[in-house]
Design a protein around this ligand. Structure first.
Ligand SMILES: C[S@@+](CC[C@H](N)C(=O)[O-])C[C@H]1O[C@@H](n2cnc3c(N)ncnc32)[C@H](O)[C@@H]1O
Length: 406
């Protein structure tokens, strides 16, 4: 993918500042990409295991950061809201200690194009089901966070808060406060109970890295955050980190991009090996209230998944729920109880799945007609995602022996 190696003055100023703050950068450099903003490339040949970036813990921005700690947020305010509030206040401050860093973040205009949160209601309605659910949760979280801080910081407008909230959301790293002796009184209590939402760190420079399913794995310890090369790299190659095992619907809703589907002929493969589509919207409407109860008791209710593997495969939970829908209950119970692997019933289960997927494929084709006519980034990424979904569904139908029904 084409990248401009001289990233421009504001990035050079930021790097100078980052290095002065204790960020160690070895053999990598930021570069501007055509389709993904900034990213990191190898500035020379790199060897597997090389330490590429280290950000010391005194340079990370977490809720234990002195300035955030001094803001004395009530305990009810989320970590995400605290960080977004802090950066919102700094955005209006010409003397902000993080001005050079905030200057290299994507602009609100960039986010408006990329992130579904900013799209029109009409475009949002064209998101796939899982991205729609994730976006709805994101909107609730932003609203709750904004309501929780607006009385304390009335100068922060909703739009400035939202921009900084999504900047935190798209740029933070997981950080479970590994033994930081000097800062210990400031850290969240009950560390055993920390949820992912408590564990945010913003890491200057590290937030330049783009995501791939297979990439370097950032690691945190008491000294700070580091990225080591996961393999050898040739000078000029993009170096990715992995943000986690995320599906393309998750990446679209949270980060505004998707990766390609796994292919049988990988060449420098940057496809999404964790992609899947949920089948809940195809299955749950068929369930009677008593079947829902049974599934809840057995821990088999919801999260029915079609994995985008080669060939696509449905998960064990889907195998279970479809047995409940198509067979006598005792056959379902034997399957979920593990006393019967269910091979004898597989043809019946597959027939149900083929019918549901063929129906869904028609729906996908209808949505595709609509999104293919749309202009701009939203139209382009929606078209790519719906084409992927159509492809996954068709390959699954073929794998289940239903090719003739397509
Ligand atoms: C942590 S930032 C990475 C740096 C960012 N590209 C920038 O310009 O500052 C995360 C954002 O980068 C973009 N991004 C990350 N990985 C990507 C990828 N593989 N393809 C396209 N965009 C990607 C998305 O916009 C995402 O919200």
């Amino acid at each position: 993918m084409a990248a401009a190696l001289d990233p421009g003055e504001k990035h050079s100023l930021f790097i100078e500042w980052a290095e002065s703050q204790g960020v160690k950068i070895n053999g990598v450099a930021p570069a501007q990409f055509v389709d993904r903003g900034m990213g990191i490339v190898a500035a020379k040949d790199l060897k597997k295991g090389d330490c590429l970036v280290h950000v010391s813990n005194t340079t990370l921005v977490t809720v234990a950061h002195n300035s955030i700690y001094k803001m004395k947020f009530p305990a009810s305010i989320t970590v995400h809201a605290r960080l977004a509030t802090y950066f919102s206040l700094l955005a209006a401050d010409e003397k902000s200690p993080y001005k050079l860093w905030q200057d290299v973040w994507p602009t609100e205009e960039d986010f408006k194009s990329i992130l579904p949160l900013y799209w029109s209601k009409e475009l949002q309605k064209l998101l796939p089901p899982d991205a729609t659910n994730l976006l709805a949760k994101q909107k609730v979280n932003i609203e709750k966070d904004y309501q929780s801080i607006t009385k304390l910081f009335p100068s922060i407008s909703r739009s400035v808060f939202t921009y900084n909230w999504v900047a935190v959301n798209t740029r933070c790293f997981y950080f479970d406060y590994p033994d930081l002796p000097s800062a210990s009184p400031r850290l969240p209590k009950k560390r055993a109970n920390l949820t992912a939402e408590d564990c945010y760190a913003l890491c200057p420079f590290l937030d330049y890295f783009n995501h791939a399913s297979t990439g370097c794995n950032p690691t945190a310890n008491a000294k700070g955050y580091s990225v080591h090369a996961d393999r050898d790299y040739k000078a000029g190659e993009e170096v990715y980190v992995t943000y986690g095992s995320h599906s393309n619907d998750f990446l679209l809703a949270e980060y505004g991009f998707i990766l390609s589907s796994p292919s049988t002929t990988p060449q420098n493969d940057t496809s999404n090996t964790h992609d899947n589509i949920p089948l809940d919207h195809l299955i749950v409407p068929h369930l009677s209230p008593s079947q829902v109860e049974t599934l809840k008791t057995d821990g088999f209710y919801g999260t029915y998944t079609l994995w985008n593997t080669i060939p696509p495969a449905v998960c064990h939970r889907t195998q279970g729920v479809v047995r409940l829908l198509t067979l006598p209950e005792r056959r379902y119970s034997a399957f979920v109880g593990g006393t019967d692997e269910g091979g004898a019933d597989q043809a019946r289960v597959d027939r149900f799945l083929v019918e549901a997927l063929v129906k869904y494929e028609r729906e996908v084709m209808r949505v595709l007609e609509e999104v293919e006519g749309l202009e701009g980034y939203a139209g382009e990424v929606l078209t790519r995602r719906w084409k992927q979904i159509g492809g996954i569904v068709r390959r699954a139908v073929k794998a289940l022996g239903g090719e003739g029904m397509l």
